[in-house]
Design a protein around this ligand. Sequence first.
Ligand code: FAD
Ligand code: FMN
Length: 761
Amino acid sequence: MKIACLGGGPAGLYFAISAKLRDSSHDVTVIERNRPDDTFGWGVVLSQETLDNISANDPVSAEAIRRHFAYWDDIAVHYRGQRILSTGHGFCGIGRKQLLRLLQQRARELGVKLRFETEVDSAAPFAATHDLVVASDGLNSRIRTELASHFKPDTDIRKCKYVWLGTHQKFDDAFTFVFEETEHGWIWAHAYQFDADTATFIVECSQATWTRFGFGEMTSDQSIATCERVFAKYLGGHALMSNARHLRGSAWLNFPRVLCEKWSHENIVLMGDAAATAHFSIGSGTKLAMESAISMADYLHSEVSLHAAFAKYEQDRRVEVLRLQSAARNSLAWFEDVERYLHLDPVQFNYSLLTRSQRISHENLRLRDKAWLEGAEAWFQQRAGVNTGRIRRPMFAPFRLRDLTLKNRIVVSPMDQYRAVNGCPTDWHLVHYGERAKGGAGLVFIEMTCVSPEGRISPGCTGMYAPEHEAAWTRIVDFVHAETDAKMCCQLGHSGPKGSTQLGWEEMDAPLEQGNWPVMAASGIPWSPRNQRPKAMDRSDMDRVRDQFVAATMMAERAGFDMLELHCAHGYLLSSFITPLTNKRNDEYGGPLANRMRYPLEVFRAVRAVWPAHKPISVRISANDWVGEAGIQPQDAVEIAHMLQDAGVDVCDVSAGQTSTLARPVYGRMFQTPFSDRIRNETGMATMAVGNIYEPDHVNSILMAGRADLVCLARPHLANPYWTLHAAAAFNDPDERWPAPYLPGRDQLYRLAARGETTSV
Ligand SMILES: Cc1cc2nc3c(=O)[nH]c(=O)nc-3n(C[C@H](O)[C@H](O)[C@H](O)COP(=O)(O)OP(=O)(O)OC[C@H]3O[C@@H](n4cnc5c(N)ncnc54)[C@H](O)[C@@H]3O)c2cc1C
Ligand SMILES: Cc1cc2nc3c(=O)[nH]c(=O)nc-3n(C[C@H](O)[C@H](O)[C@H](O)COP(=O)(O)O)c2cc1C
């Protein structure tokens, strides 16, 4: 087979090597615009896993690479005058120049032809004369641009500015992050050793800081001199150097995230940065390039045709690429938003940095550096007011809101049971909530409980508008208080435009088949074409509903609830005021966000006035309508939270969506937690995170990184009311209280857990 690799970086060279290794009769040429020893940048990082992969593919080049590796285990973070060190991270680095030299040498040995100083302008002449053309021409791939209508690239230019420098200062004991506050804003460096006397030193900052520094007007030498001044105390008198006379490296850049819809066209295939990029902060660009080269070489030989090989290559590699790009996106977004975290205590800041890509979990950090993590856990407990010296997971730290102390950070999220009769809770609710309270969560929410019959979502929803409701709730709360140390939160709501609909397990949000009652909302916009058109509330409706909330609050207080939540999310009545999708009012309750918040805040203030001062109130919001600019976006949610905070709301319960049938949520593990993170760290308000959080590890990492103060789990508590107690057993934490009659069950569970077994089937 006659093969041309257009571009002699890691992708092109390693594919040439891998193809030759599989069939030495291939006629392979690598065409590279630079001279053999020219290169941009400094060192690259490879993981042990990548080393294993390249060893299996070609032990000879792997061994050569291994011999030139600089290894380090530690990550050091310089921040606010402290240097925090954690270990067990296992990296290795190699100079990019050295790596290319070794790959060129190996390629030559195997009979690959290397043509340097040859500029490729188009893939066409190669496609006509070769069986296979590999477009390995890097980030700014000309071939990808030439065939853009086939590859359909999507480039996302990211916000930070960075420059890739080198230094002879030694960073050989740790991968080092340095965060420096200057008169122009924060600026930071990622530094790592890659050979005996040289380290990579990438300097990065926000666009605003970069502009204030005036880097845009500086020459390369002036930029470097400025960076040397900023980081002088870490450089030990050594200079910063730029080695790139080339396109990349000397200049400040914005990282472009590249993704292509297709990776092949006719006999041309994209590889490495030309196909997809991963931000340098997770150090995976070279890994992706080399592992994609292995995969393509494999399929070239296992498949019957070139096109079958392309299809397999794409199928195989795309998942891995998307996985890494997702981790890279989390990581680069963390750096883009780093100013949000710069108020954190150094311990929490370090934890947040280490877990930024969400690839390293809480327990994984323990495997890496137990002592460091236990120190961080001790710090967390101390901050929560615990001074026993016992090291416990963050989820088992207490939390205080006004005079209410929750024994731990686990919350049973509100979940409608659709089991009420005329708004009255039944024995179902007694048993259901009783079980969840026995199960160990610190706070148990009751479902959205409606302030009037017409404010119910469905005929099965609970209410707080009749004496028998108050009595039934009192019985449930009394049981929980008598038999457990869980606290109870009453979520009050009004269904608004989503009222008069079917039970959750029937057709959700669809109108009743018979017996519909009239509904109302901020504006006369039906939830869907099938739902009723709600009455746009006038002032007397607003007064009446506000007073209903107040009456329900007083009943909740008499029923003994410890906490109250106002439901302002998910498209129900108060939410219908907040989102611009359903609030089209022309009065002072419509228009800008401050106006749209006016009525929900009025209700909150009225409720707050009658709720005892020592008891807290939370507000649940939809922090993202998931419809883009037309609806609420996370930055609007920060504004909403500011308004709630100013009004005296104690906690923001950060949910999202369910406000429009047009919503296109992006689901995933902990997918709504970034909204809580943003609100908590931009406003300083306490938050609850919710949404697809199901493992103790998720909870601990959210809390430890300061992304929320409390964590709500809904569906996991339907499947297992004892979720918290089981988590405590899995961690061999003896301090969570079990109901006395269940102690033999607890003892067995702990014994089994200690042996790595469970009683579950
Ligand atoms: C600041 C920074 C830090 C990084 N750190 C790391 C790290 O720690 N670990 C890691 O794994 N990766 C890192 N990377 C990414 C890594 O450098 C790339 O992902 C990797 O080099 C991709 O390999 P490639 O062969 O696809 O592209 P490249 O290495 O870019 O190679 C493409 C080659 O094609 C040549 N070429 C381009 N156009 C033409 C043309 N028209 N004609 C002829 N030749 C052409 C270029 O000269 C180049 O040699 C970093 C990148 C940056 C910017
Ligand atoms: C059956 C069911 C009923 C729900 N009812 C309510 C409710 O009454 N009030 C509310 O705010 N959220 C309600 N939710 C949303 C949950 O509180 C939670 O936000 C959502 O399920 C995401 O959390 P999870 O991934 O842990 O399930 C309900 C969810 C479920 C599954």
